[in-house]
Design a protein around this ligand. Structure first.
Ligand code: KMT
Ligand code: NI
Length: 180
């Protein structure tokens, strides 16, 4: 996974929008964003390693979704739009990419800058509860990803606004940021 500050230029969300300014793992960690690479092997041992991380973090359920025009059909445009709308969740968002690649953009609270995380197969990403973020496919237009859940697979996105700024999970998140 590579992380960098986005440029602020208008244009297709699927393009890299690469400002050329790298973002270090230390910075990501300071805003609560964690990532690992667990290579996908033919023997399938990657599954055990992913589920081990899930168990450590108390995640009991998971599912696998494909995001592509073919897979989503009539829902495609609506889903793509809602994934790219800036939002937060009251739980961690854990994703393990099985195929394809895509962008998880996270908002750096101190600067309001977008940090773009380019994920490809084998990358595991944990976004903390309360962080503002969004997701986009890249130019390959397809991703297959495992989603991990604490309990029932319920997944509510709260779009950014006054109500999310006052959300207790958001307030806790902002307090958790390590000032560098
Ligand atoms: C989210 O909540 O941001 C998502 O689930 C994005 C799609 S998973 C690749
Ligand atoms: Ni999300």
């Amino acid at each position: 996974m590579r992380a960098y500050y986005m440029d602020d230029l208008p244009g297709d969300q699927r393009l890299p929008h690469d400002s050329g300014n790298e973002v270090s793992d230390e910075l990501l960690k300071s805003i609560g964003v964690l990532h690992w690479n667990i290579p996908i092997d033919e023997a399938g041992t990657f599954k055990d390693r992913v589920l081990e991380v899930a168990k450590e973090r108390n995640y009991k359920n998971h599912d696998v979704i494909v995001i592509s025009k073919e897979a989503l059909g009539d829902e495609y445009e609506h889903k793509i739009k809602s994934f790219y709308h800036e939002h937060m969740h009251e739980d961690e968002e854990i994703r393990y990419l099985l195929e394809g690649s895509g962008f998880f953009d996270v908002r750096e609270h101190a600067t309001e800058s977008w940090i773009r995380c380019h994920m490809s197969a084998g990358d595991l990403l944990v976004l903390p509860a309360g962080i503002y973020h969004r997701f986009s496919l890249d130019e390959k237009n397809r991703v297959r990803t495992m989603r991990l859940f604490k309990d029932e697979p319920k997944w509510i996105a709260h779009n950014r606004g006054q109500a999310t700024d006052d959300n207790p999970y958001r307030i806790d998140y902002v307090k958790s940021i390590v000032v560098q």
